[in-house]
Design a protein around this ligand. Structure first.
Ligand code: NAG
Ligand code: NAG
Length: 231
């Protein structure tokens, strides 16, 4: 990636996130104003207990997600998230992807663009806000880990830690379809440790999401077959 292109990419990403943050803040204000008719959406909550150390210990691959302004549809190839614990309440986020295909142009391969995740309450480490390093956290959007395959006290957790997770950009806000399912106003991601996980596992993750009241029809599949990832 040449420098000019890199800086253009960063400007686009920064703008995207900034607009997202603005949109989120506006949506929140609107929601607060029209508190009255509650949506018929199921309440979802960040998982408890949650082990953030294990969660960030290895990379996550996205098998399906809602596109966002900084992860548009054409960039939904080889999407990987690499998190680093900065301190007990802060993580550094390095997302990479490819554009227009699994052999397409690298997105953020050198990690020039990083996001920051903040745990606001140490008692709930599965509930974060995410945004740009240099912006104050009130501009950040919610990032909630709402389901995982194992829980910290279990034998499965001791054996393999977390192997999948469902991440919601805050509570469910928007009813869709007639099954009482809803989508969050922010993003929605299905994470796996193994990028080539079987369709059975993906179906199981989606079924878990629907049990929580999440409309999985808003998810687009992310192609991970044949990917090489930046190191
Ligand atoms: C979190 O999980 C890691 C293993 O990945 C373990 O070493 C650590 O003790 C766990 N932390 C807590 C608070 O249970
Ligand atoms: C993830 O990021 C950390 C720190 O930025 C780095 O040490 C580690 O090698 C990265 N993992 C991969 C798979 O690149």
């Amino acid at each position: 990636m040449n420098t000019k292109r890199a800086s253009r990419t960063i400007v686009c990403l920064v703008l995207g996130i900034f607009l997202d943050a603005l949109g989120g803040a506006r949506a929140q204000a609107t929601r607060a104003r029209q508190r009255a008719p509650e949506t018929a959406c199921a309440p979802i909550a960040p998982v408890q207990p949650f082990n953030l150390t294990e969660y960030v210990d290895r990379e996550w691959y996205v098998v399906a997600q809602k596109p966002t302004s900084y992860q548009p549809r054409r960039d939904l190839f080889c999407v990987r998230a690499n998190y680093t614990l900065v301190d007990a309440q802060t993580i550094s986020i390095w997302n990479t992807a490819r554009r227009d295909g699994v052999s397409g142009r690298d997105r953020n391969a050198r990690g020039l663009f990083k996001l920051r995740g903040i745990v606001e309450d140490v008692e709930t480490p599965s509930k974060l806000v995410v945004g740009l390093n240099f912006l104050p956290s009130f501009t950040y959007g919610p990032y909630w880990v709402v389901a995982t395959d194992t829980t910290p006290e279990s034998d499965e957790f001791a054996e393999r830690g977390y192997s999948w997770a469902i991440i919601s950009g805050g509570p469910l806000t928007t009813p869709r379809g007639d099954e009482g399912l809803c989508e969050p106003s922010g993003g929605l991601w299905l994470f796996v440790r193994d990028p080539l996980v079987s369709k059975n596992v993906v179906d199981q993750i989606k079924a878990t999401a629907r049990e929580l009241g999440i409309d999985t029809s808003v998810l687009l599949p992310v192609d991970q077959e044949g990917c090489t990832y930046p190191r």
